[in-house]
Design a protein around this ligand. Structure first.
Ligand code: SF4
Ligand code: SF4
Length: 219
């Protein structure tokens, strides 16, 4: 029974990503969730405080927050979810993502080449990095040496690593292919997750209609 349900849920999620990606983004952009929420209670309203509390935990124990938006895939039109995210996201310029001590910031090969060129030599960049054998890549030491604490800005903003240009977006987890994942350590990401709790009502509506369709097709 459990496996059956899990299968069905995975199928709905896959179909949701394949079929609804554009329409649900448009529905969210138009604020359809507000109209739906005024018609009937939903957990995103009833359990708002509880949800806010859970999201706020990310301040202390970073984790990924699932945002109900389709993630980009190989289809051309699938970037709409990411686009809507950037339309709504407002960085608070707190600098936490840059000066937080941590495991280090992974550099793609092209990042390494570009930043080394800017510094004038690979040796200078290597002095700011450590080599990660497991990743087979250079990682910038944290707190990031390029963060200017006085000005509260990135000294290499125009040529910053790719990871920095995407933050706080994380690649979606395998088990939630239709979602975007946000780093809960970022206060602006937590705020956006709180502001968009109501978006779930749109997802649930769409999932319900996909489920109805699946059940009809099976008969
Ligand atoms: S942690 Fe988030 S809000 Fe703070 S600077 Fe980084 S992206 Fe902006
Ligand atoms: S390279 Fe710039 S944006 Fe990236 S972590 Fe360092 S200071 Fe922040």
């Amino acid at each position: 029974m459990y496996d059956n349900n899990q299968d069905q849920i995975s199928q709905v999620r896959r179909l949701c990503h394949q079929l609804c990606s554009s329409s649900c983004v448009e529905q969210k952009r138009q604020g359809l969730h507000e109209a739906l929420l005024s018609q009937r209670p939903h957990w995103s309203v009833l359990k708002r405080e509880e949800q806010y509390g859970q999201i706020s935990w990310g301040e202390k124990i970073p984790f990924d927050i699932a945002l109900p938006l389709p993630a980009r895939d190989s289809r051309e039109e699938s970037g709409k979810g990411v686009k809507l995210f950037w339309e709504r996201f407002r960085c608070q310029h707190c600098g936490r993502c840059c000066y937080t001590p941590g495991a280090g910031l992974f550099l793609e090969e092209e990042d390494f080449e570009r930043i080394a060129r800017f510094l004038g030599s690979k040796k200078k960049l290597k002095a700011l990095c450590k080599y990660d054998k497991a990743l087979d890549a250079w990682v910038l030491r944290q707190p990031c040496p390029f963060y200017d604490e006085d000005k509260m800005e990135c000294k290499i903003y125009e040529i910053r690593p790719l990871t920095c240009t995407k933050y706080p977006l994380h690649p979606p987890l395998q088990e939630m292919p239709y979602n975007l994942a946000l780093d809960a350590f970022c206060p602006a990401a937590r705020q956006l997750a709180k502001d968009t709790l109501g978006w779930w009502i749109i997802c649930e509506n769409n999932w319900a209609s996909i489920l109805r369709r699946l059940t009809r097709d099976r008969k």
